[in-house]
Design a protein around this ligand. Sequence first.
Ligand code: AMP
Ligand code: ZN
Ligand code: MN
Length: 874
Amino acid sequence: MVVNEKVKLAITVASLVAATILLAAEYRRRRRRKPTSSPSSCYLHSDMKPQFGFKRVLADNSYSGFKHLKKKKLEDGGGEKPSNSHPYESEITVLLESPRLDEFEFLRGEYSLEMSGSYVWVETESELKKLAETLAKEKVFAVDTEQHSLRSFLGFTALIQISTQEEDFLVDTIALHDVMSILRPVFSNPDICKVFHGADNDVIWLQRDFHIYVVNMFDTAKACEVLAKPQRSLAYLLESVCGVSTNKLLQLRSYSSMKREDWRQRPLSEEMVRYARTDAHYLLYIADSMTAELKQLGIEDSSSTDDKFSFLLEASRRSNMICLQLYTKETEDFPGNAAASSLIYRHLNGHEDNSSISLDPKFQELVRELCAWRDLMARIHDESTRYVLSDQAVIALASNQPTTPEQIHDSIAQADLSSDSSPSAVICSHLDDVHQLTQHKLGKLDVILPLVLDKCLGTEGTCPISVFNYSLLINFNTKLTTNRSTPKRRNNLKRFTRKTSRDLFVKKFSCKAPVYHNCRIYANDGRLLCYCDRRKLEWYMSRGLAKLVEEDPLAIMLLFEPKGRPEDEGNDFYIQSKKNICVGCGEGDHYLRYRIIPSCYRVHFPEHLKSHRSHDIVLLCVDCHEVAHAAAERYKKEVAKEFGIPLFVRRVLDSVECESSAGGDSEDAGVSPLHLRTAAMALLRHGNRMPSSRREELLQTVKMYYGGRDITEEDLEKALLIGMSPHERRKLERKKGVTVSVKQENSNNGSVEHSEEAPPGGDMNGEIIVVGDDSGGDAAPELNDTQCNGNILHQQNSKLSLLGHGPHGKQVVEYLLKEYGEDGVRDFCQRWRKVFVDALHPRHLPGGWDVTHSGRRDFGEFSVYNPTKKVSTG
Ligand code: AMP
Ligand code: ZN
Ligand code: MN
C-alpha cells in the first residue's frame, strides 16, 4: 500500500531525526560537563572505535571475573554445577572417552583443492542465520578466527573464517557481535566436527566474546604433534600437504606478517581476504590427508587390529582436550602490579653495571605508579596497556623523570621511535594527568587510582562511559580496600564510588530515548484526539485504519469515528504535547518512568481501569524518583493499617503458639515474603557456614513469621514457598528435583501475582487516547531497585521494594471492588495521585493532568485497547 510505504519512510526519517537530536543533545551534555576547552578532554569523544557499537560484552574491563555460559540442564540430575565450570564438560568428556571412528571423514565425493574466486561475506543477522542453517547440515567444517588486540583491553574477535567443502564464509564478527549466539548450536553440536589449526586461542576467544563453546574438534596442529612433523605451522602444512606456497599465494608480503594486520578494517583488502580464506579453506583437505597418515602410522606400528587407530584417536583426544579449556580474566593483587614487577626485574637484570638508576626507590615507585595508571587508563578507554604506554616508555619516564608535559611527551616519543602511534591518544589527551602523576601531585598509589577513575568517569569526568568500563567502579571499591588503605581512605573511596555509581545508575536506567514522540492523531473531522508515540501511529496505519496527514512532525487521521473526544469529557490531558523532562524538577538530562499508582495494586485492577497509564506514569529524575518512591512506601503502610491488610505476611498462629510469642500485635510482627524466603534459603544453604551473628539475624526474620517460636528445618523448607505463585513454586520444585508438597500455611498467601506490569511490547493495554504509554519500544526501564546496580539506591530501597510481592495488593483491590465497586478503585487512584503531589510538589506536570482524573473511557469499536481486539492483534 502506498500510504504504508509512505508512513514507513516517514517513520524512518523521524527515527533518524530523533537519533540526530539525541546525538546533538548528548554532545551538548558532554560539552556542558567540560566548560573550558581543556586539552585533556578525552580523544574518545571523537574517535569512534568499532567495539563501541557493541551493545553487550561478556568480558568487560572491570576487575570482576568472567561468567561462563550457564546451560539449562534438561535432564535434572539434582545437584547444581559449580558456577564457573565448562558448560559442555560432560559432552566433551564423552568424546574423550569414546571417540567415534566414523567421524574422521573430512571430505566426501569430488573435491577441488583450488580456492575459487568467490566467497560469502556474512554481515547481517539473516545472513548469519542462513550460515547457521547451512552448517547444521554439515558433518564437518573448518574454522579460523582473527582478533584485534592493540586498540582493545582484552582483545576482540574481528573475523571468523568458516569453510565447508563447498564454500568459504567470512563472518564479520564486529557487525554481528551482539548476535553471534546464532552460531552457538553448531559449534557445540557433538555430531559436527570442527577443524582448526592451533585452536588454543580461538577456543578461548570464542568463549570470551560470544559464549561459543566448541564440542568435537580436530586440530591439525595436534595431528602434527602426534605425527612428529618437523614443523607445526599452518604455512608448513599448506606447502607440504597442499603444495601451496604461502609466499607465492600472497605475492607481496610474507604470510606471517599478515597476522599482524588490523583486522578491524572494512572493507578488508583483497590481500587480507585471500589470507583469511587461506587459513580455513585448506583445513578440511589437510585434516583428511593427516587422518590417513595417522591411520597408516597405526597400521605400521602395531600388529593387532585394535591398535591401528591409536594415533588417530590420540590426535582426536588431544584436540578435544583443547575444547575443555576455559577463558578466565587475569587477576592481580593490585592494578599493573605484575607488569611493574616484571619490568623492574628485567630492568635490574639489564643494568647490573648501572644499578644506581634502577635501584633508586623513586625509579621503582614511578614504574609501579605508571603501570597502575596505564592499567586503569587502558580499562577505562578500552585500549591495550601497550597502546596506552609501552614498556620502554614506562622505563624512559621512570629513568628520565621529566618535569614538564612537553618533556614527558618527548620522552615517550623517543622511547617508541619505531612506532607511529606514540605517544598514544590516551597520553595526548590526558597529558596533564601523566604530568601530575610523575610530579607526585596525585599522592600515593592507592589514592591515585580512585582519583583517576573519578577524573575520567566521575560526574565531571572527561571520558565517555561505555559497556566496557561501566562496571569498573562498582567492584573497584572492593579491589582497593585490601591492604593498603586506612579507614579514612576507605570512607572517602566509598563516598566516591557511591556518587559515581549513582551516576552510572542514572545512565543505565534512565530512558534511553525521549519517551514522548508527540505524534498526533486527528479524528476524521480534523479535531485533535491525542499525542502518541510512533508505535501507536504505526499500528493504526498498518491496519488501514488511518491515513498520514503530516510527515514532520508525524500526524495521522483516523478513518473511523472514534468513540468520544477528549474535550467532551472535560479532559484535555490527552491533547497536550508532553515534554521529555522530570515532572518534579524539570531536569531534562535524564529521567525514568514512575508509576503513581504502585504496581502491586494496579496489576489487580479490572482491565478497563488499567487503561489510563499515560496519565499515571510520569517522568522523574533519580532524585525526585527517590522522594516519590519513599512517600509511596510510607503510604502503603497507612493503607495497610486502614484496611487491616498487612504488608507483611505472618503465619496464622494457633492459640498455643500465640501464648508463647511475645505480644506481636503490630504489623512489625510480620515479614515481607521475599525477605522471609531469602532468609530461609540462606539458612538452608549456608546456615552452618555463616558467621553466627548473621545466622542469628536471619533466624530472627524467619522467627518473626512463625510468631517468635523456635524453628525447625522443616519450617525453613515451608518458608521457601510463602508468597510464591504456583508457577514459581513449580520452578523451585523442578530445581530441587523434589516435589515440595507443603500445604499453604495461610490461605491468603495463595496465588500471588508475581509479575509487575505486563511486559512492554506485547502489551496493548492502555487507552486509545494515550500519550507515550510504556508499551513504547525505547526499552526504558523504570527505577526498579531489584535490578539496581549502584549500591546506594539498592541499600536504601531494597527492603521497601520487596513489599510489592506479597498478597497485600491483591487483597486491597479485592476489598475495594467488593465494598465500593469501581468507584472505590477510582477514589483509590486519586488518593495515590494526591500522595504523589504532596510528596513532590511537581512543577512540571503536563497540562490537563489532574488528581481527580476520571479514568472513564469506553473502548471504541476500533480501539487498540478494545479487549475483544486483543486476540486478533496477538
Ligand atoms: P592465526 O590463527 O594465525 O590466524 O592468528 C589469529 C590471530 O592471532 C591474529 O588475528 C592475530 O591477532 C594473532 N596473532 C597470531 N600470530 C601473531 C603474531 N605473530 N603477531 C601478532 N599477532 C598474532
Ligand atoms: Zn579519556
Ligand atoms: Mn588466521
